[in-house]
Design a protein around this ligand. Sequence first.
Ligand code: ADP
Ligand code: G6P
Length: 485
Amino acid sequence: ESQADDAAAGAHLIVVSNRLPVTLEQKGSEWSFKLSSGGLVSALSGLKREMSFTWVGWPGKDFGADDRVKIDNLLKENACSAVYLDDETAELYYNGFANSILWPLFHYHPGEMIFEETAWDAYQRANEAFAQALAAVVKDGDLVWIQDYHLMLLPRMLRALLDSSGRRGVKIGWFLHTPFPSSELYRILPVRRQILEGVLAADLLGFHTYDYARHFLSSCTRILGLQTAGDSVDAGGRVVRVGTFPIGIDPSKFSEALQTDEVRGRLGELERRFAGERVIVGVDRLDYIKGVPQKLLAFEQFLSQRSDDAERVVLVQVAVPSRGDVEEYRQLIGSVNELVGRINGRFGTIEYTPIHFLHRSVGFAELVALYAVADVCLITSTRDGMNLVSYEYVASQAQRHGVLVLSEFAGAAQSLDGAVIVNAWNIEEVAAALALALEMPAAQREASFRTLHKYVAKHTAAYWGTSFIAELTRVRQAADAAALL
Ligand code: ADP
Ligand code: G6P
């Protein structure tokens, strides 16, 4: 029996996130599911293989009463449960506050931040709707694990509802999937106090890296004047634990896929297609934090330094459309398209296209085959909570031992020894790293791969989730013991 089952034994676990693992699509009068993408969904889906929990979240849009019944049933079969928000609240909460204020601020893009009261009101309403939905299902002694920046007021709102209805022994955890910025940045936020107080009602707070946890603690001190000691905050007599829990993937999903006929067939096709060429792969949601323009400029610089008779190198860039209702994301598509066009125009020939740009989502088999065929994976995020694409590339490289070139501004750079770490803003440096990666001797590639693979194989999504839940369980046991004294 796994550690997870032990840890969760006796307690019902409820995981709450803005996004559910499935997005609903309507075909005629019928609803069907499409898998959602993003690091949070990938990691929690990996955890789901290991431990059981009910997953509560927003289904992506509002539905009429008849549809809700159908959808609730469909979701229930997947151990999911929906929190419905009216379309206006959802738009202002998700696009307006979460993605236009918290997201840019947490990724050091305050220039993109537009603070509007109506969005803040909607954020409060949406968090309250989550609290009400949870209060209806949470039982004494349950563990509730809240995810990400969309739901930072929820710990406090939920705690208030549980207290007022006499629910006992419920422990609340909260985990941030993005960076937590330096307090110098964080203090820009007009509602900085309310947001901190919102999460401090939880018992355990988790971050991907030690730096993010440290920034959070210093924000508590500087903005709320709270005392911190080591890894905990004194929130007015209640001790809140703050911990580092680096997330991971389910690597077996990739190694198993590589054994299937579908992926092997596709890999064979790609190998023939790219015969005589070296392949660099990039996979990103099309988000300004991913540094896609920086990546294209670095590739252009790299190409400009190649001699005419050098081996051809192609960049296959998958850019998954994301958050298209937010203006900054729409502008990004325009500038990326322009760069791709310019570079292909400058270096392309009838026989050779330097950049293959796919502005769409690709299926899982295609994704794994692409990871496996690539000599290099290039990640140039200007800030990124963790970045699971880097892990997925490693999990798909048992044959080729390709090189991971990784931005120092991705959380993953803190853990992935064996990657070539670059400053994504330094175009020259990234271009040089690409040249180095493509020329790296096999023995060195293999040694780096072994180091990387060892880490990715151990620090899985399940490991992340069970460590957090084990810690939350310990917090509960300590509280129970104190109550008996
Ligand atoms: P973020 O969470 O910011 O999107 P990550 O790199 O941590 O960044 O996670 C991205 C996740 O989205 C990865 O697990 C990746 O496999 C997944 N993903 C990328 N492209 C697709 C796609 N076309 N379809 C489904 N999932 C995808
Ligand atoms: C990041 C966030 C997740 C989010 C994902 C995809 O990983 O931390 O919470 O789900 O991006 O973004 P989306 O807005 O489509 O959910």
